[in-house]
Design a protein around this ligand. Structure first.
Ligand code: AMP
Length: 277
């Protein structure tokens, strides 16, 4: 497996691929590879082309420096995991390689903004679209793989591709979940034993209420989830909302909707969404 750290090297490799008319499948990640990431790779394996996984903990998308400093950085372990897969290439640049002139972001996408995570993580999505556009320009993939776990991100990237008229197929990949029904996340790798058991309890609260929401959606149930989570010591809940999955508008029924949640378990931000139909 090839590990590329330099922009000059990836440019040369991509230019050779292009000359040989090889298609590229790009799977952008921030590392700390888990089964969720691997499912994106499995999805990519279904298509022709060379799979490139990028691993880059993008400082531009962290609105909180502590969060960036606490984010797991496990490149060696990631390489070990990926070397056992069909992944042939990892692009793992340094911050200096990506942002040689310093970190600068731009608000490129205005759609799907001012709601959900955008209200609570100011500048986060500008950081996301900035890094994704850098990667798309560098790697020129024909397919790019994103997880539905980060649903708002996925919609914003779809819009980025659309706005820029790029001939890139964004492949949506369903969430890979733990045995309690929560989507796996790199952030949860830092949970202590106590936090793990709290997380399990939160998952049970969500799961029990999810059945109710699916049966007969009403706002009382959402309030109930908040109340139950709070009674279990979750003090910071960013949102618990039901939204349409096409335009992300608030919804009062279960048609093509998802339950979107974001809350903090101590320092760790939990985000997830659940199909309601
Ligand atoms: P991250 O490394 O957290 O930035 O995630 C990289 C990509 O993997 C994003 O497209 C995520 O949505 C996706 N991803 C993360 N966790 C999961 C999961 N549990 N199931 C499916 N995709 C995931």
């Amino acid at each position: 497996m090839k590990i590329i750290k330099k922009i000059s090297e990836i440019k040369e490799i991509i230019s050779n691929f292009k000359k040989n008319k090889k298609e590229i499948n790009l799977i952008p990640t921030m590392g700390s590879i888990h089964a969720g990431h691997l499912s994106l790779l499995s999805e990519a394996n279904k298509y022709d082309g060379i799979n490139i996984i990028s691993i880059f903990v993008n400082p531009a998308q962290f609105n909180d420096l502590n969060d960036f400093n606490n984010y797991p950085n496990t490149l060696e372990a990631d390489i070990k995991i990926l070397s056992k897969t069909k992944c042939k290439m990892i692009f793992a640049p340094s911050i200096k390689e990506i942002y040689p002139l310093g970190i600068k972001t731009e608000k490129a996408v205005f759609k799907y903004r001012d709601i959900l995570c955008d209200l609570f993580r100011l500048g986060h999505f500008d950081g996301v679209t900035t890094i994704v556009k850098i990667l798309l320009d560098l790697i020129e993939p024909s397919k790019i793989f994103f997880g539905e776990k980060d649903f708002q991100q996925l919609k914003i990237i779809e819009q980025l591709i659309f706005q820029n008229n790029l001939k890139i197929n964004l492949i949506r990949c369903p969430s890979i979940r733990d045995s309690y029904g929560m989507s796996l996340s790199s952030r949860y790798s830092t949970f202590s034993k106590d936090e793990k058991s709290k997380f399990k309890k939160c998952a049970q609260i969500i799961d029990a209420n999810l059945l109710e929401v699916k049966k007969d959606f009403n706002h009382k149930i959402l309030d109930n989830i908040k109340k139950e989570l709070r009674s279990y010591g979750i003090s910071k809940i960013d949102y618990i909302e039901v939204r349409n999955e096409e335009d992300l508008s608030l919804s009062i029924n279960n048609e093509r909707t998802r339950l979107f949640i974001a809350f903090y378990l101590n320092k760790v931000r939990v985000i997830d969404n659940f199909l309601l139909y």
